[in-house]
Design a protein. Sequence first.
Length: 221
Amino acid sequence: MQAHIGQPCLLCGADVTGTPLCPGCLADLPRLPPTRCPTCALPTPLGEVCGGCLKHPPAFDSTRAVYQYAYPLDALLQHYKYGQGLHLAGFLAEQLGHEIADRPDLVIPMPLHPKRLKERGYNQAGEIAKRLARRFDLPLALSACTRAKDAPPQASLPLKDRRKNIRGAFECKVDLSGKRIALVDDVMTTGASLSELAKMVKKAGAVEVRAWVVARTLPMR
C-alpha cells in the first residue's frame, strides 16, 4: 500500500497530510473570546456593543471574526498575504466559515488597487470570499467595488491617520438596492477600511452590511 505523502506543518514542521497545520498548532491559534461586540467583534464582558461603536458607529452593521491578530496567526496571515501562500485560502475560509450562520444576498471582497493586485498576483480577500461563497452557495461579486485610490497601506500608518487615509478610496458602481451584503477581508485593525467600503456599498443601495474577517486586531492595553 502506498503511504500518504505528508508535508510539514507551517508553524512547527511536524508531518501533516491534507492540512497546513498540525492539530496542536491549530488548537494554539489565538481564538477570540465568545463574548464580543456584535458590531466590531472586539471582546466585551457580556457581548454588549463596545464603547467605541457606541461613540463612533461604523458603517457596517455587524462583524464575524475567528481569531485575534496575534502570534502565531499573524505570521500565518503574513505568509498568506505576502509570501505567495495562496494555498492557505481554503484553510482560512474554512475557519471563518465555522463562525457564519447568517446568509446575506451577496458576498463582496475588500478590493485591491490594480497596482497592488499586479504586484501580489491575487487579492487575498477575494480568494477567501470565493471559497466562502462556494461553501454557502452565495452569489459573489468580485468586481462590484473597486479601489480607486492607491493610498499607503493602512498597516504603515498611525491609528489616528487611518480614517483620513482611506477616505474616498472605494467606488461601487453597481445597483445594490435592498441587498444584504457581506464584506470579506483577512484582518480588521481599526475597521476604517471596512467602514469606508460599507459606506459606499450602502450608498449603492445596500440595506445591511456585515463584515466577515479571519482576524481582529485587539487594542494595546
